[in-house]
Every structure is written in C-alpha cells, then in structure tokens.
Design a protein around this ligand. Structure first.
Ligand SMILES: [Zn+2]
Length: 340
C-alpha cells in the first residue's frame, strides 16, 4: 500500500487524522471538544445513544475504526514479537505483593509481567526469549506490518472534507519558502514558563533568519506537545506534582526501573503528541500586526491600563512586532497574518 494521509469525522465534532508513511508506519490521532491526541478510549466510552454518526458511518464502522486504532497505531513501536503479542504477553500480571521491589508499571490488575525480569519473579517476562523465534521481549522496538485489509478499510472511510492534519503547516512552509526565511527551534530547558504554569513544559529558543538578519526568542511549547514522556503515578493518573513533563532527552530505563528521575510511586507514559514547535506553531503565535499604542492595546485585549502585567505584555508584543518588521516587508507581514 502506498503512503496516504486523510482526515475523517466519524461523529459530529470529532476529527481524526490517519497517516500511513512510505516505510509502513501507521499513526492515528484525533480531536474532540474535550480532548486531543490518543482519544480512542474516550471515543469508545461515549454511550451509543449519544453518538451522532456522520454520513457514511455507523456503529459497526466506528467500532472497527477504534479496534484498528487500538491495535495498529504506532505499529513500529512493538516491544514484543508477533508470537509474544499473539500469546498476549502484554496482558500478563503478577500480584504486587509478590514483587514488593517493583513500584512502577502496575495497574489495577497488578504488575505488568513484561516489565519484570525472571530474576525478580519466576513469571517475569522482560528479556525472556520467544519460544518460536527467540526474540527477547523488550530488547528493541519492532515494526509489525499493518495488514492490507486494515489499510484498505482505512482508505475506504469517508473523508471529512477537511485537509488532513498539517494543511496549516503547509501554509507556513510555503510562506518560508517564498521569503527564503528559516525557523529553527532548539530545546533549552523543561520548566514552568508562563506566570500561571502549574506544570513544566518544554521551552525552545526559536530563531527566525532571513539573509543576514535574524530574531531569536524563547517559546513555551504547549504541555500537550512537551516531553516524549509524562510522569504519572503508578495507577496511571497524571502525576500533577508540578513536574509532569520530563525533558525530551529523558528516556525510560529499559531494565533498571524506579531509577532517577522516577521517584517512588511514580511511573511514566509515552506522549504520542510530543513535538518541537513547527513553523506553523511559531508563525501563528507571533505578533504579526502593529499593536499600536499601549492605550489601543489595552482596548483591543480588555486589559486594565494601570496593570503592571499588561504593560509588560505590551512591551514584549511591541518588541516582537518591531523585530519581525526588520525581517519582513509590510505586504509579507500582511500575508503572514493569514497564518493563524
Ligand atoms: Zn517470536
């Protein structure tokens, strides 16, 4: 099957992007009024009587779509081989009282056997060889080919009529190509960034360059897109201790579970939405029109003119616009305003 990319809308106000790459990787993500990203479980929990199917969709198609999503999303990141998956190694649990030293990777059913070594418990499966092919569980990320009938099913789903995923990004990329400008994002740190931040997020240094001129400034990435991994407690709930996002360089220990910065009672989950700021993210957020006087600015955004914080924000916005005016002409800035 050739690479494809499409957007589908199974239910009212629900949009899902499906992407299949030339090297056979499938990813699916979605957006609904109360969430985005891996929303397949949330979608499944919507009671049948509340589901407003869009044209071309019914209960059967919808459920099959969710099954495909559960089963094949990130088919290139399997910790087990096909035989281990067929034997459902991922479902095997050990009673927590039998492995008191293992604090992470457990759920209400017990400790996941795939994260326990045989030396820790006789039922441990981590690094145990497959009886068929000998592959040791968890020793690599394996790719499992998505079956043709699954791909044909996805291709046959009705298009939502919306350009899939990154049409905004394409607009931003076109603008950069036309003006010969470049945008780079370099990760600086993972910390609280905005005044009211309760959790950490990735902070990048963005540099827009055009010819010999450039403008560089910090950018707080959305928490949703920050960190390859997020901290959760051992029962799978968000840790929410003000330090939810691990820096992007943090990789989970394959074997030595519970090590720093994983604290007691703390686990992690992979963040499927992890990404550096795109050209679109930057161009959409940046100040592209003249904020005018402080008075105009306060009128436009409903700020109190006596507020110290409003003044600080105004100064920052004004500086951003001034810097951008050095890089782009008025008509280019006007064109950039379309990106939002
Ligand atoms: Zn095998």
């Amino acid at each position: 099957m050739n690479a494809f990319k499409k957007s589908v809308s199974p239910l009212a106000k629900v949009f899902c992007d499906i992407k299949y790459t030339g090297d056979g990787k499938l990813s699916i993500s979605g957006n609904m009024p109360n969430g985005g990203g891996q929303i397949n479980t949330m979608l499944r929990e919507i009671p049948e009587e509340e589901r407003e199917y869009m044209p071309g969709w019914d209960a059967e198609t919808f459920n099959r779509f969710l099954d495909v999503w559960d089963e094949w999303h990130l088919n290139d990141m399997r910790a087990g081989c096909e035989h281990q998956r067929a034997e459902k190694w991922e479902n095997k649990r050990i009673d927590p009282v039998e492995v008191p030293g293992v604090i992470a990777n457990r759920d209400e059913r017990g400790v996941l056997a795939i994260w326990v070594r045989k030396s820790e418990h006789p039922e441990g499966l981590l690094c145990e060889p497959c009886p068929v092919c000998g592959y040791k569980y968890g020793s690599a990320w394996l790719k499992e080919e998505v079956p043709e009938d699954v791909l044909s099913f996805l291709v046959s789903l009705p298009d939502s009529g919306i350009d899939p995923g990154d049409s905004y990004n394409e607009q931003a990329e076109k603008f950069l190509a036309k003006t010969g400008a470049t945008i780079t994002a370099e990760h600086k740190e993972t910390a609280k960034y905005f005044d009211d931040d309760k959790e950490t997020r990735d902070i990048y240094q963005i540099t827009i360059t055009r010819g010999t001129r450039s403008y560089s400034f910090p950018f707080g990435q959305s928490i949703n897109n920050s960190g390859k991994y997020h901290a959760i407690n051992i029962y799978g709930k968000n840790q929410n201790n003000g330090n939810t996002v691990f820096p992007p360089t943090w990789e989970p220990p394959m074997v030595n579970r519970g090590g720093d910065p994983l604290k007691k009672g703390m686990d992690y989950k992979k963040n499927p939405n992890f990404s550096a700021p795109s050209a679109y993210d930057v161009l959409a957020a940046i100040q592209k029109n003249d904020p005018g006087t402080f008075h105009d600015f306060c009128m436009d955004f409903g700020y109190d003119e006596d507020s110290r914080r409003a003044e600080k924000t105004y100064e920052a916005v004004k500086e951003e616009y001034t810097q951008l005016s050095r890089l782009f002409t008025d008509s280019e800035l006007e064109e950039m305003q379309e990106i939002n």
